[in-house]
Every structure is written in structure tokens, then in C-alpha cells.
Design a binder for this molecule. Structure first.
Ligand code: SAH
Ligand code: TRP
Length: 387
């Protein structure tokens, strides 16, 4: 991870925007506001209202970019160099999500073996109105928002309550983010969409301030769904929760979706499906590196591995070299030799208990106010407030 301070570019996309990456987006390199970017040392830069809100309330999706292409490239380069030169080798997961990765993940969510999306959907369907009543927010922020499909259940509940003014989806994957933002804008007339392209481990200090015309305060509900919390290592998880907590004001709340420990067979199957979609998703990180860092990974030379690590309570995704091979990453001037059978870790997906979640939240200054699961207790949704 680099410590360069990114510039923030803000543009407004017309309501006819179709969602192709960067398409019709004006001049993304024209930085208008760098005041809200977090400096070295990670999230938690200057808080409060950030920068000008000149484009607020217009007909289009407003976009804040904290991760311009150049910045993304520098950050990817640093991560890949560190990961390929360490032993055991490891690649950081956020780079799975380019446009192809987004599509593959979307297919994962529909796989018969991948229960988390359906279970979380069930929890939100059953309890969205209680969630909205507990945090009658004007702004719904969603971290790692992806396609924001399940989020509509929350938007609907807040709209029924009459408090919803604005949706702030936040993701590293700009293409998916903008498509989702445009879809939501169309489906929720009168709701402003302010999309943030950024890394939630670094740019939380740049969440937008109060929306124009907010009445009765500007409560924010910050949703972090899909079990993405489990993709962070324990120390990063604690830092992330602390950074979220530091952004929350009185009346704001965090809504956290987290997968629960269960039968190992079901856990492994969810990350090693019979159709091979998860395998393709895992290998996609190699395509991202090939394209963005001019590398020559042969995707057929790496097999998908998913194992349950009981000691750490997480699923580990790896790529196993199926033969001795050499990979050149030209942009890094780096040659990596892989022996047959060498395994490179690409992702963890931690599984929690309800008590464990409460304890982790408490350790980061967040008090659990409500906790829900689906009837089978497969997946949890926790509402927490700053203590
Ligand atoms: N919330 C959706 C998507 C989950 S997939 C759901 O529940 O189905 C994880 C999402 O988080 C992807 O869209 C990915 O692009 C995004 N993401 C992963 N790491 C990120 C990071 N460090 N900063 C911002 N977004 C990130
Ligand atoms: N947040 C999702 C999860 O942990 C991400 C995910 C699903 C994933 N399947 C994957 C990440 C396969 C890497 C590989 O469930």
C-alpha cells in the first residue's frame, strides 16, 4: 500500500449515463478537491464536511474519485511486488474486482453452493423496517457496494419511513459502482446518488458531509454487507472498524453483514463450486496483473484451492502452481519462479460467531444494538453504534 496522497476528482454524470468505465464522465483528471483525502497512515483523514458540494442535488450521479487510474496502478504495483517477493507468496484480494471480476462475483452470488447472498437477503427482507426504524437515516452509505442489489431492501425501508435523501455507494471497482449508481438513481426518484471510488481501508475520512436540504439532521446508516468484513485480516479488520467508528456521529450507525461458522463441507463448497466460477474468479486476479502490470501469468498454470483454516476460523483461497514456471512482471522488472505445487494465498474469508462479532465491535468502540440472523443461523446482520 502506498502513502501517496490521492487527488479527488468530482464529476457529475448525466442521468443518461450507461455505466461503462469512465464513459461520459467529463474530465476525471481535473482535481477539484484534495482536502478530503486521507494522508499517510491510512483512513481517518480530516473529518467533517469535505470540500465543495457544488454539484449536489443535480440530476446525475455525482462521483468522488479517490483512486484515479494512476493511483490504482501505483497501489497495485506495490501490493504485487510485496506479495510476490514474500514467502509464502500472497496477493491482496481487492484486486479481484475489475469489470470481469465484478461479473464473476455476480455469478458467484447466484451459485447454488454460495448461500451467503441469499441468506443475507433473507435477513434484510425480514428486518429492513426494524433497521430503518432504529436508524432513520437521510443518507445510506454502502462500503464495498458492488451491484448494491440487496441494498435496495434498505433503501426501500428508509423511503417508506420518509427519511431517505441520499445514497452513497463506495467501491474500488468504478465500472460496477457507476452502473449500480445509475440504476439506483433511476429507481429512486428524488434520491441523490453520490458515488465514491475509493479504498475503504484508506479513504473513509473522505465520506461526503450532509446532503443539501437534509431536514431533522443528517443521520447516516453505513452498511457493509456481503461478509466482506471477513476478507480483511484480523488486524486490518480492527483498524477498519475503528476507522468506521471514527466517522460515525451521534445518531449514525453501522450495519454489518457477516458470515457465521458452520459445517465445513458447506463452507468449502461455497468457495469451490462445481461449475468452476469461483476458480475463474480467483484466477482473474492474475489477468488483472497481466493487463495492468504487463505480466505473463499463464492462467492454465494455476489451480484454484479453497481450504478451511480452523485455527483462524477462515476459508483460505489459494492458487497452486501446477508446474515449475517463471512469471515476468515487466512493469515491476520482476521475475517470479514458481515450483510445481507452490501455493500462493489470494483471499481469506473469515467466519464469525455472534458473540465474537459483538466483542470485535466493542473492541473498536462500537456497541451492538441489534443482531439478526436468518432462520438457519447461516448469516448475521449486526447494527452497531458508537459507544
Ligand atoms: N456488497 C456486495 C458486494 C460484495 S463483493 C454484496 O454484498 O454482494 C465485495 C465488494 O467490495 C466488491 O464490489 C469490491 O470491489 C469491493 N471492495 C473490495 N475491497 C475493497 C476496498 N479495499 N475498498 C473499496 N471497495 C472494495
Ligand atoms: N466477500 C465474499 C466472501 O467472502 C467474497 C468472495 C466470495 C470471494 N467468493 C470468493 C473472494 C472467492 C475470493 C474468492 O464470501
Amino acid at each position: 500500500m502506498t502513502s501517496r496522497t490521492p487527488a479527488t476528482a468530482r464529476v457529475t454524470l448525466g442521468s443518461t449515463f450507461t455505466g461503462a468505465a469512465g464513459g461520459g464522465s467529463g474530465d476525471p483528471d481535473k482535481a477539484r478537491d484534495s482536502s478530503g483525502s486521507s494522508g499517510p497512515g491510512g483512513p481517518g483523514g480530516p473529518g467533517g464536511p469535505n470540500g465543495p458540494r457544488g454539484t449536489e442535488g443535480s440530476a446525475g450521479v455525482t462521483v468522488d474519485r479517490h483512486l484515479a487510474a494512476a493511483e490504482r496502478q501505483t497501489s497495485l504495483a506495490a501490493d504485487v511486488r510485496a506479495g510476490l517477493t514474500s514467502q509464502p507468496r500472497e496477493l491482496p484480494p481487492k484486486w479481484f474486482y475489475d469489470a470481469t471480476g465484478g461479473l464473476l462475483f455476480d455469478r458467484i452470488t447466484r451459485l447454488p453452493e454460495y448461500y451467503p447472498t441469499r441468506r443475507e437477503h433473507a435477513v434484510l427482507t425480514a428486518h429492513a423496517d426494524e433497521i430503518a426504524a432504529a436508524c432513520p437515516a437521510a443518507t445510506l452509505v454502502e462500503l464495498g457496494s458492488g451491484t448494491s442489489e440487496k441494498t435496495r431492501l434498505l433503501l426501500d425501508a428508509l423511503r417508506r419511513l420518509g427519511t431517505l435523501r441520499r445514497f452513497v455507494p463506495f467501491d474500488v471497482d468504478e465500472a460496477t459502482l457507476l452502473q449500480a449508481g445509475a440504476d439506483i438513481l433511476r429507481a429512486y426518484p428524488g434520491v441523490t446518488v453520490r458515488a465514491v471510488v475509493g479504498d475503504f481501508e484508506r479513504h473513509l475520512g473522505s465520506l461526503p458531509g450532509a446532503p443539501a436540504g437534509a431536514v431533522g439532521g443528517d443521520r447516516r446508516l453505513v452498511a457493509f454487507l456481503g461478509g466482506t468484513i471477513g476478507n480483511l485480516q484480523p488486524a486490518a479488520r480492527a483498524a477498519f472498524l475503528r476507522a468506521v467508528r471514527d466517522q460515525l456521529r451521534d445518531g449514525d450507525a453501522l450495519l454489518l453483514g457477516a458470515d457465521l461458522v458452520k459445517d465445513t463441507g458447506r463452507l468449502v463448497a461455497a468457495y469451490d463450486d462445481s461449475a468452476g466460477v469461483t476458480a475463474a474468479f480467483n484466477r482473474n486476479v492474475l489477468s488483472v496483473i497481466n493487463r495492468e502490470l504487463d505480466a505473463d501469468f499463464d492462467l492454465r498454470g494455476f489451480a484454484h484451492v479453497a481450504v478451511w483454516n480452523a485455527e483462524n476460523s477462515w476459508i483460505e483461497m489459494r492458487l497452486r502452481s501446477v508446474r515449475d514456471q517463471e512469471v515476468t512482471v515487466r512493469a515491476l522488472d520482476l521475475v517470479a519462479r514458481f515450483e510445481e505445487g507452490e501455493q500462493m494465498r489470494t483471499e481469506i474469508s473469515a467466519k464469525f460467531t455472534l458473540d465474537g462479532l459483538r466483542a470485535e465491535l466493542a473492541a473498536s468502540g462500537l456497541a451492538t444494538s441489534r443482531q439478526w440472523t436468518d432462520p438457519d443461523r447461516d448469516f448475521s446482520v449486526t447494527l452497531a453504534v458508537p459507544d
